[in-house]
Design a protein around this ligand. Structure first.
Ligand code: KIV
Length: 281
């Protein structure tokens, strides 16, 4: 069995400028594929609400959903460091609640770290969870759980004031004890400055190539999410087309009776068939 990657591995990768590859996964088969592909970090993101449950945004995601998805991922984990997202309002109310919910993802599902959104405003929550012995990944820039306050799903840090805010959020997250930070939708030069300043790895999504690592949503990488496609997404496969053509073939073969064939069926003694026919027909 290969060794599970740890925080010191990611610190070394940052120092040696070896890119950290993170992607999201939400269940057992997706994790198997991510492991086969060689992902270093798997994020069980609250994006699960949108890509797997059909929600409009991530706000309706619950702890129960996150625990269930994290458990399924952990059953297939081999080498990747697994991070479970804390859903909206599971860590904002007070620090005890934050520790309790982070603890549930670690104790019930077995994830290696939790992720929560926010910089300066979440410093106390991050510090409390880390002091309780749980690794935390920060998430700053565009924070989807509080997108309404940011004026929608917009790039963050373009002007003077907001660039300073994002930069200071990064410093706050590191100072609070986070082991890495996701930078979402920030201009590449700002992400480069943050990456240069921080000792902990930065993982970018829509934050350019200077980050220590990159993260994308599983469904976006494979062309499986059709509702919308942000500018920062690159799809490496047309999953919807590929999978639909497989399903269409199945539908066609059932309708024209070419499936199931002999090779998918079970034979029996013709004498028994005759007996049943004689008795019941
Ligand atoms: O929930 C998620 O998938 C995320 C990534 C987009 C970073 O937070």
């Amino acid at each position: 069995m290969s060794k599970v990657l740890t925080i010191p591995d990611f610190m070394r990768m940052k120092q040696e400028k070896e890119p950290i590859v993170m992607l999201t996964a939400y269940n057992h088969w997706q994790t198997n594929l991510a492991e086969r592909a060689g992902a270093d970090m798997i994020l069980v993101g609250d994006s699960v609400g949108m890509v797997e449950h059909g929600l409009q945004d991530t706000l309706g995601v619950t702890m129960e959903m996150m625990i269930m998805h994290c458990k399924a991922v952990m059953r297939a984990r081999k080498r990747a460091f697994v991070v479970g997202d804390l859903p909206f309002l599971s860590y904002e109310i007070d620090e005890r609640e934050a520790i309790r919910n982070a603890g549930l993802l670690v104790k019930e599902a077995g994830v290696d770290a939790v992720k929560l959104e926010g910089g300066k405003s979440r410093k106390n929550a991050i510090r409390a969870i880390v002091n309780a012995g749980i690794a935390v990944v920060g998430h700053i820039g565009l924070t989807p759980q509080t997108a309404t306050l940011l004026g929608g799903y917009k790039v963050q840090g373009k002007d003077d004031a907001s660039a300073k805010r994002v930069f200071e959020d990064a410093l706050a997250v590191q100072e609070a004890g986070a082991c890495a930070v996701v930078l979402e939708c920030v201009p590449s030069p700002l992400a480069e400055l943050i990456t240069r300043k921080l000792d902990i790895p930065t993982i970018g999504i829509g934050a350019g190539s200077a980050c220590d690592g990159q993260v994308l949503v599983f469904h976006d990488i494979l062309g499986l999410f059709e509702a919308f496609k942000p500018k920062f997404v690159k799809s490496y496969a047309n999953g919807v087309e590929y999978l639909t053509s497989g399903l269409e073939e199945y539908v066609k073969e059932v309708r024209n009776k070419t499936f199931p064939g002999k090779e998918h069926s079970f034979a029996m003694d013709p004498e028994i068939v005759k007996k049943i026919e004689a008795e019941y027909f």
